[in-house]
Design a binder for this molecule. Sequence first.
Ligand code: ADP
Ligand code: MG
Length: 670
Amino acid sequence: MQIEEVKGVGPKLGRLFNKLAIYTVYDLIQYYPKNYLDYSKITDIKNIKPGPVNLRVRFKSVKQSYSYRKTSITNAVAIDDTGLVKITWFNQPYRQKTIQTDEWYFLSGKFELKYRQFQIINPIIEQVSSDPLSTGGIVPIYGLTEGLKSYKIRRIVKSVLEISQFPEILPKLILEQQQLTSLKNAYYQIHFPSSQKALDLARERLAHDELLKVVLASQMNKAESSNLKSYNIQFRLADVQHFIQKLPFKLTDQQRLVSWQIIQDIQSNNPMNRLIEGDVGTGKTVIAALVALMVVKNDYQVAVMAPTEILAQQHYKTLLNFFKEVDPGLKIDILTGSTLAKDRQRILNQLANNNLKIVVGTHSLISLEVKFKKLALVVIDEQHRFGVKQRNILKKTNRAMPHLLSLSATPIPRTLALTFFGELSISRLTEKPFKETIIKTEILAKTQYERSREPIIKRLLEGQQLYVVCPAINEDSNLNSVKLIHQRTKELYPNFKVGMLHGKMKSKDKEKVLELFINHKINILVSTTVIEVGVDIANATMIIIYDAENFGLAQLYQLRGRVGRHQKDGLCYLIHNDDQIASNRLKQFLSAKNGMELAELDFKLRGPGTILGLAQHGRSDLRLVDFSDRHFINMVRESSNLFLSNPKNMLQYKQLLHEVNRYRQIIKLD
Ligand code: ADP
Ligand code: MG
C-alpha cells in the first residue's frame, strides 16, 4: 500500500513522507526510530529536581495571557498527590482550551530555573490513556523533515502497525532455537517498546533477519560459484625478476607482499576477487602491471578499466613505459568512446583472436561488441567510481570467469561489507614509496580568497602549476562553474596562462589541454572533478577547490591528492561559502589521517548510506546490524546453516528466498 493511501495521510503529508524516502507502508514500518526518549519513569512532584522529568499530573489552573510583544503565554499549575509545579507554554494559546482540569495527563519536559522561578517550559503533554504515543513510556524519535514532526510520524506508524499483518518468514525451528521474537512483535516493539528489554529483543530479531538474508545470499552464491572456472596462471619467476629489474625504482616491501598475494590467488582455477586498497600515491599501478605481465606470459589477455578517458590515457602510457624494455613486442592498445571507427574495428578483431594482449579503456570496454578470446584478468582502477552494474557486465562478457583485481583509495562501505562475507579479499598498502609530502591545506570563506593569491603567485613564478576545481561546468546552477571561474582566474592571474578542462569537451580538446598543462604551456588549469581520479602531473603542486562544501570528504581527499606528489610539498585551498556547518565539516577533513578514515567520516556525517549498492532510495539494508558483535554474527551464521541444511525450506519460505535472491544478484562475485 502506498503511504498516501493510509488513513490520515493523503497527498500533502504523503509528499513529506516521500522526502524521507518513505513511499509505501512497508517503507514506513522500516523507518526505525533513530533514537528513543525514556519517559517511562514517572517522578512524584515532591521529588522533582532540575533536569528532564516525567510527571503524571492534573491541572489546578490554566491561564492565557499575552506579553507586551504579543507573545502568547499560557501559565498553568499542575498537581499530583505530592505537590504542585508551575508550567509555562509560549505560543501555544490553544492549550488553555484543550486542557481539562478533571483529566490526568503525562507531562514531559525540563524542570529548570528560568525567568526567576523554577518551572517547566513548553513540556510535551498527552492525556493519560491506555495507549500513550508521546509520553508515559519509551517514546520513539524519528529522523524528521520540515513540516513532519515526530508525533505525527508516531501516530501514523501506530495506525499502520495496527492494521498490518506480518506473516512469519522464518522456519519455526530457527525461531525456537535462537529464541527470536515474532516478526509482528518485533516491528511493533521497535517503534513502541514496552520496555528496554522488549526493545532489545525487537532489534535483535530485525537485525537477525537483515543479516540472515545477506549471509544466505552469500552462502548460496558461494555454493554456486565453486563450480565457476577461471584460468590458472602459472608463476614465472624469470619474468617477474626481469620486470622488477627494469623498473626505475625499487618495489617497497608492501608492494612485494601484495604482488605475492595476487600471484597466489591467480595460480588457481577459482576466480580471484581482490581489492588493493591504498591511498593516493601508494603505487598500486605497478602491481597491476606486474600481474598483467604474468597473465600475458601465460598467453592470456588483460583488460584494464578506468573511470575516465584521461585516466585511461594515462594508464595506457604508463603501461607502455613499464613494458617497452621488458617486452618490446608486447601489444597494448587503448579503447575508449573516442577511438576512431577503423581503429576500433581493428582492436575488436585483435581481441577476438587473442592478438592483442592488453587493452586499456573506459567503460566502453564493457559494451557487448567487445569479445575477448582469452580474457583472464580484469583490472578495475578507482573501483569505487564504478557502479555495481557496470562492474558486473564486464564479467559477463566473457564465458570463463576472469580474475578480478580492483584498485581503490577510498573503499566504500559496500566494499567493507563484501570483505566481511568473504566475497572479496583485500590487500592493503599503508605506506608510500616516498617520504610523505606535506600538503598545506587552508580553509577559506570566499570573502577571504585574497589570502591565497600571494602564496600561489610565488609558486607560479617558480614554475609550479595550479589546479582550480569547480563543481559545475555551466553558469546555470548556483555553484561556481568552470566557465565563470576560468574567466575570473584569468583576471586574477593576468601574467599566467590559464586553461580549461571539463567532461563535456571533445576528448581531442581535453587531451590537447592536458598536454599543454603537462608541457608547462599552461600554468593554471581550471577544471571540473575530471582531474579527481589518478591524474598525475609532477609539477602541479597547488590546488584550489571552489564550493568545497559540495564535495564529500573522501572526494576532497582524492582531489587534494593530485598535488603534493613526487616529493614536492603541496598547497591546497578549500574555498567555501561562509557557512558554519560547511567550515566545521571541512575542519574535520583537516584532522583526518587517510582516505579510509574520511570514507568512514563521510559515512557518519552523510548518514549510513547503503552497504549493498542497490538498496532502495539510498537507504542502507543493514541498518540494525552491529558488525562488531561476534556473538550475534555467529548466531546468524548458525541460522543460515540451519536453513540451508533443510532442502524443503527452499520450497516453503518463498518470501525470504525472494529477498535473498535480490541480494544474490547484488553481491554476486563483485
Ligand atoms: P596510486 O596508488 O595512487 O595509483 P601510482 O601507482 O600512480 O599510485 O604511483 C604513484 C607514483 O609512484 C608513480 O609515479 C609511480 O611510478 C611511483 N612509484 C610506485 N611505486 C614506487 C616505488 N616503489 N618507488 C618509487 N616510486 C614508485
Ligand atoms: Mg592510481
